[in-house]
Write a protein that binds this ligand. Structure first.
Ligand SMILES: Cc1cc2nc3c(=O)[nH]c(=O)nc-3n(C[C@H](O)[C@H](O)[C@H](O)COP(=O)(O)OP(=O)(O)OC[C@H]3O[C@@H](n4cnc5c(N)ncnc54)[C@H](O)[C@@H]3O)c2cc1C
Length: 460
């Protein structure tokens, strides 16, 4: 046994291997190193074993094993959580990545996704039938982790959060049973899965309702110099706040993309990125004015493939780079905040950094705050300070910058999206659940009284 595998005896390992069909990777096995890596390269953890579960039976076996051995247990779907909770130290990882099949029933407009599916798997299957569901804006993100925390994307304003479209789920509970959660059966569990995160059990499969969309949508990407941001963002704010549900308009400070002229390289720019999820001609009409906000560096307003749009940010958020995030909801976007954002963006730290304003409201904003575990229905925007870089020598400087930035803008908002919480933000879990915290806690106590599922943004 390696010094790393100090928490598990070879007899225990043998028992675990005998109970599952999927591969069990330990520090001695080829593939262990890759299997424990996460999207956020800042997180380095060494589990005793990673089980590549092949189905619900494997998941049940691992849950029972972890409960009886009292070893830490974590759940990995797409591995994109910035907090890196998917991998635990000295415990067992339920790795769902092999359970990534997605089946679409076009007649009933339903998709059944294995818990290891990524949004690119989901979109590929659903778009074959001209159907879609709200997903995130980076297609390599996991369906399960994103949906269980809420799920914000281009379709949130027109079709709700991803979790609003979650109709049912199969869940392996802390006592090792497989239960179905729907509005008719274990409705409290479904309520909690719609935004309450990974606290209640291991979801093995998710059923979504689908909507007609694509294959093309009207979309816009318009870039501006940072100096123009104070003026452009004022126009953006008024536009985004009065937009119809079908229009989702993001504002993001990023480093200039590689195809920009040399004078802009390694310099931040403001990108306005919009998607209209209704009739294309109406979308192009609504998006046309974006080209005349100030003097854009580049403006592309056209119809485009929804699948391509879903991958537009992938390259800018590479796997294994170093990330440190701070985020909060915004109740408004006053001039003073806009000026502060532009000021910090002018000194953007980190080559993969994004300062993003995500549009909320619309249909999802009209869902009652108590209807699902996702409490924040009345805020128009979420602000993300998503700092990313590649060199470990820059860790301290970039983390300090992100914290300073966040403290400066903190008075302008309240509440936070649980899926954006970082590793050092356990004290904000209550804030993430807002007024729904008491009910979430009650449901946690019912389904996981011993807190077996605690390697997450944990509800205590
Ligand atoms: C580049 C990038 C872009 C993003 N863009 C968006 C976006 O547009 N919209 C948005 O809403 N979010 C976005 N996010 C945040 C995203 O929602 C979270 O990172 C989410 O946790 C990713 O899910 P995952 O399955 O990939 O993560 P993982 O790291 O695998 O899982 C995260 C946690 O979710 C829980 N979990 C996962 N699967 C299960 C399961 N089957 N059963 C029980 N619990 C489970 C566990 O607690 C686990 O620790 C983005 C993240 C990144 C890194």
């Amino acid at each position: 046994m390696s010094s790393r595998n100090r928490s598990m005896s070879s007899e225990q390992l043998e028992v675990l291997r005998s109970r599952v069909k999927g591969a069990v990777l330990t520090p001695e096995d080829a593939g262990y190193g890759d299997a424990r890596t996460l999207w956020n390269g800042m997180i380095e953890r060494h589990p005793a074993a990673i089980v590549r579960c092949r189905g619900a039976a494997d998941v049940i076996a691992v849950v029972n094993f972890a409960r009886s051995t009292q070893l830490p247990l974590s759940i990995r779907a797409g591995g994109h959580s910035v907090a890196g909770k998917a991998i635990c130290d000295d415990g067992i990882v339920i790795d769902l990545s092999a359970m990534n099949g997605v089946r679409v029933d076009p007649a009933r407009r339903r998709a059944y996704a294995g818990a290891g599916a990524l949004w690119e798997d989901f979109d590929h299957e659903a778009q074959a039938f001209g159907l879609a569901c709200t997903g995130g804006v980076v297609s390599t993100t996991g369906v399960a982790g994103l949906t269980l925390g809420g799920g914000i994307g281009y379709l949130t304003r027109s079709r709700g959060l991803a979790c609003d479209n979650l109709m049912a789920a199969d869940v392996v509970t802390a006592d090792g049973r497989l239960v179905h959660a729907s509005e008719a059966e274990n409705a409290d569990l479904l309520w909690a899965l719609r935004g309450g995160g990974g606290n209640f059990g291991v979801v093995t499969s998710l059923e979504f309702q689908l909507h007609e969309l694509g294959p093309k949508v009207a979309a816009a990407t318009v870039f501006h110099e940072v100096d123009a941001a104070p003026e452009v963002l004022r126009t953006y704010r008024d536009f985004a706040l009065s937009a119809p549900d079908e229009l989702a308009c993001y504002a993001m400070f990023v480093n200039a993309p590689p195809d920009f002229p040399p004078e802009h390289q390694n310099k931040p720019v403001l990108a306005i990125v919009a998607c209209y999820s209704g009739e294309i001609s109406r979308g192009l009409e609504l998006l046309a004015p974006l080209a005349s906000w100030g003097t854009p560096l580049l403006s592309a307003i056209d119809e485009m493939s929804y699948i391509v749009l879903q991958t537009a940010f992938n390259a800018g958020s590479p796997h294994g780079a170093r990330y440190y995030w701070k985020s909060q909801y915004l109740t408004s976007l006053p001039d003073e905040l806009i000026d502060t954002l532009a000021e910090f963006a002018g000194d953007l730290h980190g080559s993969y950094s994004i300062i993003g304003i995500e549009p909320l409201g619309g249909f999802q904003g009209r869902v009652a705050p108590s209807a699902t575990a996702f409490a924040y229905r009345d805020v128009p925007f979420s602000l993300g300070i998503w700092t990313g870089w590649s060199d470990a020598a820059e860790d301290e400087r970039n983390i300090a910058w992100t914290r300073k930035f966040f403290e400066t803008v903190r008075p302008f908002g309240s509440g936070v999206y649980v899926n954006y919480l970082g590793e050092d933000e356990a004290d904000r879990v209550g804030e993430a659940y807002g007024d729904n915290f008491a009910r979430i806690l009650e449901i946690k106590k019912k389904w996981d009284p011993e807190n077996l599922f605690r390697e997450n943004q944990n509800i205590r």
